[in-house]
Design a binder for this molecule. Structure first.
Ligand code: PMP
Length: 427
């Protein structure tokens, strides 16, 4: 496969854009390759500047659950754009999407739109602090909640991939209020809460961790967090930026039957346009400006194009059997890849929740950041590059999740498993 145009564009990009990319993991740096420059995508496929075509399991890092360029979504965006791209004033579209989100997500009684997942978690935490009058927050190592200062502590995703889970530029004073526990380890939470009695405003957690690879919650973990939060007056925040509308229409909270006090969303609810949202109990959300005193704002918040793409995407997700079909094909794919690895004598640890899955290059179970970090990232890098040559576009890091969408059909799934079988044999 020839990547010469992408390679020359990457050289050019590095002159004007730090590292040549506008978000770090895109650079393929940790797998020792140059990124592909993309021209277009359609359904399950993505196309690069050299005219190569790939089956895409990145899906813009999660949003593209109905496939790229779904005609209904594209048509609706075009129609909205003809009436104006942004007004900085309220529109009915915002009410429509808010009502759809409230109807779907058990914990959400009121919701505010923002423009990214980072903004959603940052704002949710400010509100939780305003509500409780407490300063400390508790997160889990390996979870990623965007790049706001207080959350770049033991962070997953690109921060983990590049070995900077604690970024320079975050004053120690800002990080001081962030307590870090181990994912799937309730004792580590209890210890921290006890040692900081009455000072913890919120616990923020990815109910299905997707930023250290895919790590499902152990049975009882989310229930245990709920119990601790209720007992201690701590606001429980599920960061469902990735899992929301992904693992089920109502997100992970629907799947596991645990209701947090607040929820953050992003990705899918923007249908591929920039969006984020945070919502929860009325009692908490009413403290938000201008109803209450906790300040939060945005020039492009509730943007009509993003609202339109979100509304149309959510409508498509309501089709009967949508999530069942996604579950079946995701299962076939993840199991097929795991079997291909085993047959090649290269056993992996395979995890999956709905259409989120990960092949960990580890013989041992992965259930938290330490066990994820122990994976063979060099073998992963080889696998990644081999899969790319076979026309399969995976996230360029062991610490990311693969996403299956509605347009991945039997043909794509069979081709992916066959490619994986070949690549594992070659490792
Ligand atoms: N929370 C989670 C769980 C995420 O996966 C992400 C992004 N991958 C974010 C927050 C941050 O979202 P954004 O990149 O839109 O700022």
């Amino acid at each position: 496969m020839n990547f010469s145009r992408s390679t020359s564009l990457f050289q050019k990009a590095q002159q004007s854009i730090p590292g040549g990319v506008n978000s770090p993991v895109r650079a393929f740096r940790s797998v020792g390759a140059d990124p592909l420059f993309i021209t277009k995508a359609a359904g399950p496929r993505i196309f690069d500047e050299d005219g190569n075509s790939f089956i895409d399991y990145v899906g813009s890092w999660g949003p593209m659950i109905v496939g790229h360029c779904h005609p209904k979504v594209v048509e609706a965006i075009k129609k909205t754009a003809e009436s104006g791209c942004s007004f900085g004033a309220p529109t009915e579209l915002e009410i429509t999407l808010a009502e759809m989100v409230i109807a779907a997500v058990p914990s959400i009684e009121m919701v505010r739109m923002v423009s990214s997942g980072t903004e959603a978690t940052m704002s949710a935490i400010r509100l939780a602090r305003g509500y409780t009058g407490r300063d400390n927050i508790l997160k889990f190592s390996g979870c990623y909640h965007g790049h706001s200062d207080a959350l770049l502590v033991k962070a997953g995703s690109g921060a983990a991939t590049f070995g900077v889970p604690d970024s320079p530029g975050v004053p120690a004073d800002f990080a001081r209020h962030t307590l870090t526990a181990r994912y799937n380890d309730l004792d580590s939470v209890r210890e921290l809460v006890a040692a900081n009695q009455g000072t913890v405003a919120c616990i923020i957690v990815e109910p299905v961790a997707g930023n250290m690879g895919t790590v499902p919650p152990n049975p009882g973990f989310l229930e245990g967090l709920r119990e601790i939060c209720t007992q201690e007056g701590i606001v429980l925040i599920f960061d469902e930026v990735m899992s929301g509308f992904r693992v089920a229409y109502g997100g992970a909270q629907e799947v596991y039957g645990v209701t947090p006090d607040m929820t953050t969303l992003g990705k899918i609810i923007g249908g591929g346009l920039p969006v984020g949202a945070f919502g929860g109990k009325k009692e908490i959300m009413s403290l938000l400006s201008p109803a209450g005193g906790v300040y939060q704002a945005g020039t492009l918040s509730g943007n009509p194009l993003a609202m339109t793409a979100g509304i149309e995407t959510l409508k498509l997700l309501q089709a009967p059997g949508f999530y069942q079909q996604l579950e079946e094909k995701s299962k076939a794919l993840a199991e097929g890849i795991a079997k291909a690895a085993k047959d090649a004598g290269f056993p992996i640890y395979s995890t999956r929740v709905g259409s989120m899955f990960c092949a960990f290059f580890s013989k041992n179970p992965v259930y938290d950041w330490d066990t994820a970090a122990a994976c063979d990232t060099q073998a992963f890098a080889k696998y990644f590059k081999a899969m790319l040559q076979e026309g399969i576009y995976l996230a360029p890091s062991q610490f990311e999740t693969a996403f299956v969408g509605a347009t991945h059909g039997d043909q794509e799934i069979e081709a992916t498993i066959a490619a994986a079988a070949k690549c594992f044999k070659g490792l």
